[in-house]
Structure formats: C-alpha cells, structure tokens
Write a protein that binds this ligand. Structure first.
Ligand code: SF4
Ligand code: SF4
Ligand code: SF4
Ligand code: FES
Length: 360
C-alpha cells in the first residue's frame, strides 16, 4: 500500500504510515532509541544527536527523530558505531555539566543521568576538556527571582524542548536561544527576569525539560521523585478537567505535575502546576461557621448549618416566591454535583434562576 511503508529495525519487520520517522518506526517495532531533544508534542529539531542510528546504504549516522522512514530501509540502532557516537554526545554534554546529582532535585528523574549511567559516561573522557564546570565558563547564577520556577542554566543541555513548547504549543514565545557556541543559553529577550517577559508561568517548560535545569520552586528540598508517591487526580481550578499528579510524601502534598489526560495532553496552567499550597493551609475552614447577630461567627456542625440554610430558603420562598431565590454553581464541582445542584434549584426550590461561574 502506498500510504504504508515496510522497513526493518534491528531485524524486526515493521509497517508504518507514510511520513513516519525512523524513531516512529522503531517505536512501532518495540525498539527503544534514546532521545533528549525529541518530544511527541514538538516538531523534530535534531538538536541533541542522541538518537543516531545506522541505516544501510546511508552516508554516516542519521538522527532517528528527524529522518523520515522509507520503504525497504534497514535500520540498526545498537551497532558499535552507534553506541560510540551516543557515548561521544553524552561525554561532551557531561563534560560541561555540574555533577550535582547528589543534591539535584532531578536525581532519579533525569534523562541525562539515566543515559550517562546506561552508557557509562563520566565526562572525563573528552580529550582536552577538564571535567570542571568552572573551567568552561558555564557559571550561570541560579535564577529564583520569581515565585514559581527556578532556573539553573548550568544544568541545561540546550536541547531546546522548553523553547519549542513555549513557542509551538503554548504560543507565548517567552524564551529562546541567545548567543552562539559555548556561550549559547536559553533565556528571555534581553535576558530580563521571567516575570518581565511574556511568560505566564504555566510550567510546561519545566515538565518537558529532560534535566534538572528547570525546577518548581514550591517543592524544592521537600523530596525527590523516588521519595514521594504520585497520586493521579483532576485539577479542580476550572472546568477543563486537566489530569494532574499530586506528589505526596508522608501524607503531605509537596508538589504537582501535569499528567497525560484526554483534556490536557500532559500540559497544565500555572494554577494546576503551582497552586496547591492552599490544600494544607492552616487558614482553611474545617467546620461550617454561622454568623451570629453581632456579626461574629461561631463554629457549627454540618447538620446545624444545613438546617439553617434550608429553613431560611423556605422562609424566603414562602414570603416572596421561588423566583426570589437564585443559585450559582461552581466550575470547581464535578458535572454530577452541578447536575444535582440545578435539580435542587428547579425541583426543590422551584426556580430556573440557576447559573454557573464558568459563564461569568
Ligand atoms: S540535571 Fe540530572 S545529571 Fe544534572 S545534576 Fe541533576 S540529576 Fe544529575
Ligand atoms: S512557564 Fe510557560 S510561558 Fe513561561 S517560559 Fe515556560 S513554557 Fe513559556
Ligand atoms: S532548560 Fe531544559 S528543556 Fe530547556 S534547553 Fe535546557 S535542558 Fe532543554
Ligand atoms: S532526539 Fe533526535 S536529535 Fe535529539
């Protein structure tokens, strides 16, 4: 079939749609190829060279993430040449990387660390390049000037994922590459703080960063990925229904991250990503309060509070009719709760005065 391509990856026959990349064909064949700059939400950029593979008849190694597959291709992903090339890529990256894994928030959740381990890379094998970050000029100051994101550009491998998600998916274009060669870095226009840029602190650059270069300020020092449990939930801030993973350690929520869900494709906004401190705030009400005649509040039980609301609604209805009452539901409730609320307003109170905050 013209719209299907048949090729071989590591000896496995695979059929893929025309237009698929070699990486896509490898995935379909169940063959894993390491990637750093590739992400399924982003256009291929071929920036990191980690996904190099050998293709029979091709000159040199090809990047699997950005090379289209073609019919009859014979692809090999683990030859000595391929492994040596990937090791060189990693050696170069690690040779100018601060080896801070002992204290890095991303330890255990870092692709660079995983691949360095898998390929036995220490960064000490690059001739002429001492493994001392101080020697290569990458001594960027930690940027924690905003309430949400901490940027440690010393740990940045210039994969460009953050830049591309900000431009291609979020559409803000708050950050980009500046300068050239060894001084290249990702930053805002004119290197202003993120707060002075078009950044909206969605944190999706953080989600997509394969290293510890971008961190959530809220959870720093409270636990790393192997120390907390991920509890899947739905964000309650609005009616979109984004999937979220809450990071829970010793019964406390120490962070949140976007999860793959039908409503959000693994992305969230600033509220879902960083707005969780209120959950455990000591200022939250734990019992209903009833206003006393002098304007002060007194604690009450739920039965007491609900009885009071029901009796006051009944009084208003008796005195002024059901249309004297209106109800506003909340986007933070579930569909089922909102359905029940409008049923209560229409069937129990007897009015159609019911609306929803999402329309305001
Ligand atoms: S970003 Fe990754 S490799 Fe770098 S210090 Fe942190 S855990 Fe280690
Ligand atoms: S937080 Fe969002 S808007 Fe800000 S730089 Fe990252 S992706 Fe762009
Ligand atoms: S900050 Fe992270 S996502 Fe952005 S270029 Fe650096 S390593 Fe890649
Ligand atoms: S993953 Fe293919 S070049 Fe980076």
């Amino acid at each position: 079939m013209a719209d299907q391509l048949r090729l071989t990856v590591d000896g496995r026959d695979v059929l893929v749609p025309a237009g698929a990349t070699i990486l896509g064909a490898a995935e379909a064949a169940g063959v894993e190829i390491p990637t750093l700059c590739h992400h399924p939400l982003l256009k291929p950029s071929g920036a990191c060279r980690m996904c190099l593979v050998e293709v029979e008849g091709a000159r040199g190694l090809l990047t699997a993430c950005s090379t289209p597959a073609s019919g009859g291709m014979i692809v090999r992903t683990r030859t000595d040449q391929v492994v040596a090339a990937r090791r060189t890529v990693l050696e170069l990256l690690v040779s100018e990387h601060p080896l801070d894994c002992l204290t890095c928030e991303s330890t255990g959740d870092c692709r660079l660390q995983d691949y360095a381990y898998e390929y036995s890379v220490t960064g000490r094998d690059v001739a002429g390049l001492p493994n001392t970050p101080a020697a290569d000029g990458r001594q960027a100051k930690l940027d924690d000037s905003n309430p949400f994101l901490v940027r440690d550009l010393n740990k940045c491998i210039l994969c460009g994922r953050c830049v591309r998600i900000c431009h291609e998916v979020m559409g803000y274009g708050a950050i980009d590459f500046v300068s050239r060669g060894a001084t290249t870095k990702v930053t805002t226009a004119f290197d202003v703080p993120l707060e002075e840029s078009p950044c909206v602190f969605c944190g999706n650059c953080l989600t997509i960063c394969p290293t510890g270069a971008l961190q959530a300020k809220t959870g720093r020092g409270l636990g790393r990925s192997f120390q907390y449990d991920r509890v899947r939930t739905i964000c309650t801030f609005c009616g979109v229904g984004c999937s979220l993973d809450l990071h829970v350690r010793d019964g406390r929520i120490i962070g949140a991250s976007a999860a793959e869900g039908p409503a959000n494709r693994g992305l969230v906004c600033v509220k879902g990503h960083f707005g969780h401190d209120w959950i455990q705030s000591p200022d939250r009400l734990t019992t209903p309060l009833i206003r006393a005649g002098d304007g002060t509040f007194r604690r009450a039980t739920w039965d007491e509070a609900l009885d009071l609301v029901a009796s006051r609604l009944a009084e208003i209805k008796a005195a002024h009719g059901p249309d004297a009452i209106g109800g506003l539901a909340s986007a933070k409730c579930t569909n089922e709760e909102n359905y029940l609320f409008q049923r209560m307003m229409r069937a129990a109170i007897g009015t159609n005065n019911v609306d929803h905050c999402a329309r305001l």
